[in-house]
Design a protein around this ligand. Structure first.
Ligand code: FAD
Ligand code: SF4
Ligand code: SF4
Length: 476
């Protein structure tokens, strides 16, 4: 019998910790739907015949089908539908920019809020992780060996899809923990590490070997991987090289790239009450930039004990590239937005009478200038222009630079015949992820530059299919 739709124009709100409380802890901000709320939200879906929402999902999850199962309370069935297209639903349900992807196409968004597709996906994945006790079936080996470089979402997806087809896959990861940005970039309060660990454990259970502390290009090269008997290599090494602004004062003590700041916090477990993190616990922090990474760094600084945290961004709120939900959460927690504001110089303490004064070279402020918006530039966004005579000094003792990252040139410089573009991204064939080098594939941020989890995951899937096609062809 068809269900009576829930015509409430608003989504069921997402339960979350009180902003005043959560601003001082690293526990997950949002606590997730209950089964009753999920079923009520599912009833907002009209099960549209031409399902426009699916066209907004980069991996084409069968959204109305999984939501129908949620309406029926068949959560495991809903999970099975999602997992046909996505291997990281608990992650994507939390961090996908749904408002510009699946939910942006939902018809319920025309006269109200779209169906909370991401929230439902998260609920279903969490329900599965909590209740599922099925053992993962063993897959007979097909005798082929594949190496995967990097254990971010692209590498994990590629490794998982190949292992499920019987390939013997080894993932080589530079850091001591697997998971890529999901572990060292996105903070615990947005994506609990145990969720990523579960995905990594599942891969290990189906036979994927994960070798950590292996920097491909230093410990072993791509060419050597072939000599070791791997028949194909997938490069999913991300875009972890931070960009700087080139302004005076960037080498002062107390200036970090967002990558370094977040990695120190995440991997050195600053989120645990009893951790002894090597991050300087500053009182007044300026984070330069307006993306998701900047919001994460600012909210981390707050949780590490800062009294004032500023987002310094040279355009207006309208152009801020971070997810709307993250900006709202940051505002609720007390992050202060210095918009239309550009840094010119980071100021350092100097004691000319005592060169050994430990405070020498530490940050004591940041000179900024106000901006106004002119005509649109090549990106279509209005160009920020300095307002003459509007210089001022922001009183800060720590500066975090979050203006973007690029792919690290190490693998390119140590791999013969691997072509990259002007921004350092590995050049691949779109349909297969194949690079300019035989049997070498690539995907995720290493190809596109900093992008999203779901796009990286999609690229890992495409490459796994192409590798399977290439290597299974060798049998015939
Ligand atoms: P990565 O996740 O970067 O993984 C690459 C892995 O390769 C790393 O573990 C790295 O250590 C390893 N590696 C690098 N070089 C080598 C080498 N030479 N040898 C061996 N291993 C190597 N996306 C969203 O969709 N939503 C969000 O909310 C969001 N928030 C973000 C917040 C932060 C702080 C950051 C930094 C990114 C965020 N992103 C978000 C972007 C998203 O995380 C990335 O697009 C995605 O992780 C890219 O996946 P990947 O597999 O290509 O690379
Ligand atoms: Fe939406 Fe992301 Fe899930 Fe696709 S993977 S349905 S875009 S939340
Ligand atoms: Fe449901 Fe919205 Fe998709 Fe229609 S567009 S099927 S209402 S989620």
């Amino acid at each position: 019998m068809p269900f009576k739709p829930n015509m409430n124009p608003k989504k069921n709100p997402m339960p979350s910790q009180d902003p005043k409380v959560r601003a001082h802890n690293f526990h997950e901000v949002t606590t997730g739907y209950t089964a009753d709320t999920a079923m009520d939200e599912a009833l907002r879906c009209l099960n549209c015949k031409n399902h426009p929402c699916v066209s907004g999902c980069p991996v084409k999850i069968h959204i109305p089908d999984f939501i129908e199962k949620v309406k029926e309370g068949e959560f495991e069935e809903a999970y099975k539908i999602i997992s046909k297209s996505s291997s990281l639903p608990a992650v994507c349900g939390r961090v996908c920019p749904q408002e510009t992807q699946c939910e942006s196409k939902c018809v319920r968004g025309i006269k109200g809020e779209p169906v909370g597709i991401g929230r439902l996906e998260r609920f279903v994945a969490d329900w599965h992780n909590e209740h599922n006790t099925e053992n993962i079936p063993e897959v007979p080996s097909n005798g082929h060996r594949v190496a995967v470089v990097g254990s971010g979402p692209s590498g994990l997806t590629c490794a998982g899809d190949l292992a499920k087809k019987g390939y013997k896959v080894t993932v080589f990861e530079a850091l001591h923990t697997a998971g890529g940005v999901l572990v060292y970039g996105i903070p615990e309060f947005r994506l609990p590490k145990k969720i990523v660990q579960k995905e990594v454990d599942t891969l290990k259970a189906i036979g994927v070997d994960i070798e950590t502390n292996m920097v491909v290009g230093k410990t072993v090269t791509v060419d050597e991987l072939f000599e070791m008997g791997y028949e194909a290599v997938f490069i999913g090494s991300g875009a972890g090289l931070p960009r700087f602004m080139g302004i005076p004062g960037e080498s002062l003590k107390g200036v970090y790239s967002a990558n370094e700041f977040l990695t120190r916090s995440n991997l050195m477990k600053a989120y645990l009450d009893d951790s002894d993190t090597p991050i300087m616990k500053a009182k007044r922090v300026a984070v330069i930039g307006g993306g998701n990474v900047a919001m994460d760094a600012a909210r981390t600084a707050l949780r590490l004990g800062a009294e004032h945290v500023y987002i310094v961004y040279r355009r207006s709120m309208e152009e801020l590239p971070a997810r709307k939900e993250e900006v709202e959460h940051a505002e609720e927690e007390g992050i202060e937005f210095k918009l239309l504001c550009n840094p010119k110089k980071i100021l350092g303490y100097e004691n000319p009478d005592d060169r050994r004064d430990p405070k020498n070279g530490t940050v004591i402020g940041m000179e900024c200038v106000e901006m106004e918006l002119g005509e649109p530039d090549a990106s279509g966004r209005r160009r920020p222009i300095e307002k003459a005579g509007s210089e001022f000094t922001l009183d800060v003792d720590c500066v975090v630079i979050s203006i973007g990252t690029s792919p690290n040139p190490l693998i390119k410089s140590t791999t013969k015949g691997l072509d990259v573009n002007g921004r350092g991204g590995i050049i691949v064939e779109e349909e297969t992820g194949h690079t300019s080098r035989d049997s070498v594939y690539a995907g995720g941020d290493a190809v596109t530059g900093a992008a999203t989890v779901i796009l990286a995951m999609g690229a890992g899937k495409i490459a796994a299919e192409a590798i399977d096609k290439e290597l299974s062809g060798k049998n015939s």
